[in-house]
Design a protein around this ligand. Sequence first.
Ligand code: ATR
Length: 281
Amino acid sequence: MNDRNMDMLLGVMGDPIAQSKSPVMHTAALKALGIPGAYVPLHISSSQLGEAVQAIRTLGFRGVNVTIPHKVAVMEYLDKLDESALTGGAVNTIVNDNGVLTGYNTDGIGYVRSLKAEAVPELSGTRILVLGAGGAARGIVSALLKENPASIVIANRSADKAQELAAAWQVTGKVTGTAMDGAAGIIPEADIVINTTSVGMFPYPDELPIDPGLLHGRLVVSDLIYNPLRTRLLEEGLRAGCTIHGGLGMFIYQGAYAFEYWTGQAAPTEIMRRTIIECFG
Ligand code: ATR
């Protein structure tokens, strides 16, 4: 924000954008803390992205979230990239400090904050299996490593991509990549299984990323998907006696970090959660 007396302008850039739950969540958070401002959906096509980023400065937005398909492309238009954006390879939050735009990635740290708050308070020493090797997996593995797990195996449909991603953290000696079939050999010794693939997401809620017969009662099963709120993988986990952790928390906490960067105030996460759950009806 350029002017301290101005209401706080915030928004989310994406294409499409109408489905985003971020406006309703952040609007509730601003209201709860009595911060005058607005958080608006911004429908921006790829060809408009550069101009739209420039407009953050011109219009005096304090910040924006960035969503599909702009999370990688937006990086070239920013003045600075936080370490989270560099290691995550993508930006989901922009902060405007008097015209200087800094890109952050709050997805990975948001996920880990949610996992710790809702399912596994202590991640140190845990053996983790991550399903999927896309952008979401990258941010999450990077944030998980800060919690000192014993090991992380990345299993993916295309094994090459899993191995390539694992190689980025070779120096840690903790991350390996395998084909999705390899999950069968890993799960018996794992503590946490995290689905970062889109398998099981609306409109195909019956799909499963792994054979549910592999699940056992000592596991925490976590799914990044929040539509549906409880995926088939989580249902199968419950049936097998696992602790389950859904994707709603990640959505709330990635937003909470962004809100905290913009406002300097602790995000009202319970109000944000209630607002989103009401949204899902
Ligand atoms: P995101 O940014 O959400 O991670 P992405 O980068 O497109 O999205 O990655 C999607 C991930 O879901 C990938 O790991 C992908 O596997 P491939 O690398 O083999 O494509 C995985 N995925 C998507 N659809 C899948 C399916 N039907 N079965 C198994 N994995 C799937």
